[in-house]
Design a protein around this ligand. Structure first.
Ligand SMILES: NC(=O)C1=CN([C@@H]2O[C@H](COP(=O)(O)OP(=O)(O)OC[C@H]3O[C@@H](n4cnc5c(N)ncnc54)[C@H](OP(=O)(O)O)[C@@H]3O)[C@@H](O)[C@H]2O)C=CC1
Ligand SMILES: CC(=O)N[C@@H](CCC(=O)OP(=O)(O)O)C(=O)O
Length: 305
């Protein structure tokens, strides 16, 4: 069986990486538009019509616009943008989060890919809030470092042209676009303080959640809860801090669909910091989209990953 897939925004950062993961597969045929047609609405609608699944790799406003045009057509969609991640009409495409999510993705018409920072933050917080180890209204802070590819073509061009040499901290005004999905899918009732940063390297990220309120000895229970939650996950693993050296390189999972979670700190004196390490273009974007596509098509979810 061959499935037809159309990637809208295929020439962008996320789109290109999805194409690279799909083009060698003999069970997938990509529907591609040439440069003259790739922003032509009629050509794009015809491509969606011919596809079994369409993948949106567009800026948020363009994703909203094409979804409106596709209303009522029955086309199955995966949206890599931020536009539908807290929309009740869309399934949140993070299969490892809860038992029922994989089945909902499999049967879903509209599946929204999680954001890159959100993937790390939600993967750490959701199981701990669910098990009562972190209160839903706990005051939390999240810090993160990302490679510049997280900012798409525009930020890649800034760094590669030398216009910016980074690093920088940003979004300090607490309106980052990932905050609503972190609150919703981690199960929080209080918005965390989120301070992301970009380093002068292309790809890879670490999301950090400091937990200064953890009592001596409680860190082990947190690690055990995460290990239990992801025990059968193929792409999410819980690793001991010894897995890393004294310096943890955000690029270590580049090119993979893996997400590594770990619990650090002096567990005798209390206080801990949770880390999530991933490729922002792997499990943080394109890898996750291919995993969702495989699940939607009823295939082995690791195909091409
Ligand atoms: N980069 C990352 O790490 C991640 C990105 N995402 C999300 O994925 C989406 C795409 O991001 P990214 O790949 O980084 O962005 P890019 O800017 O690299 O790519 C976006 C692509 O969409 C094309 N495009 C823009 N408007 C239209 C339109 N109206 N019709 C058709 N094509 C259009 C652009 O064309 P042109 O080439 O002419 O500019 C470009 O090729 C965004 O919503 C982003 O938030 C999600 C997770 C991680
Ligand atoms: C470095 C950088 O600029 N990162 C982007 C997020 C990248 C991403 O994954 O955002 P979406 O998944 O929501 O598209 C930002 O902070 O806006």
């Amino acid at each position: 069986m061959t499935y037809k897939v159309f990637i809208d925004g295929e020439a962008g950062t996320t789109g290109l990486q999805i194409r690279a993961r799909l083009e060698g597969r003999d069970d997938i045929r990509l529907i591609t538009l040439g440069d003259a047609d790739r922003k032509d609405t009629r050509a794009r609608l015809a491509a969606f019509d011919a596809a079994d699944v369409g993948i949106l790799c567009l800026p948020d406003a363009a994703a909203v616009e094409i979804v409106a045009q596709l209303a009522g057509t029955g086309t199955r969609l995966i949206d890599a943008s931020t536009a539908h991640r807290v929309d009740p009409g869309w399934v949140f495409g993070f299969a490892e989060l809860d038992n029922d999510l994989r089945a909902r993705i499999a049967g879903g018409q509209f599946v929204s890919n999680p954001g890159c920072y959100s993937t790390g933050a939600i993967a750490l917080l959701h199981p701990l809030v669910k098990r009562g180890l972190i209160a839903a209204d706990q005051a939390l802070a999240i810090n993160a470092i990302s490679g510049y590819s997280g900012g798409g073509k525009a930020m890649i061009a800034e760094f590669e042209s030398g216009k910016t040499d980074g690093p920088f901290v940003y979004a300090t005004e607490q309106r980052h676009k990932h905050l609503p999905e972190i609150v919703a899918h981690a199960g929080l009732t209080r918005q965390p303080v989120f301070v992301p940063s970009v380093g002068p390297y292309e790809q890879g990220m670490i999301v950090q959640v400091p937990l200064p309120f953890v009592e001596p000895g409680q860190g082990a229970a947190i690690e055990a809860a995460l290990a239990d939650h992801y025990a059968t996950s193929r792409f999410v693993s819980v690793v001991s801090p010894d897995h890393y050296g004294a310096r943890i390189d955000p690029r270590r999972l580049n090119g993979t669909n893996q997400l590594e979670l770990s619990v650090h700190g002096n567990l005798d004196t209390g206080g801990a910091v949770l880390l999530a390490l991933l490729d922002n273009l792997g499990k943080g974007a394109s890898g996750a989209a291919v995993q969702n596509l495989n699940i939607m098509l009823g295939l082995d979810e690791g195909l091409g990953l």
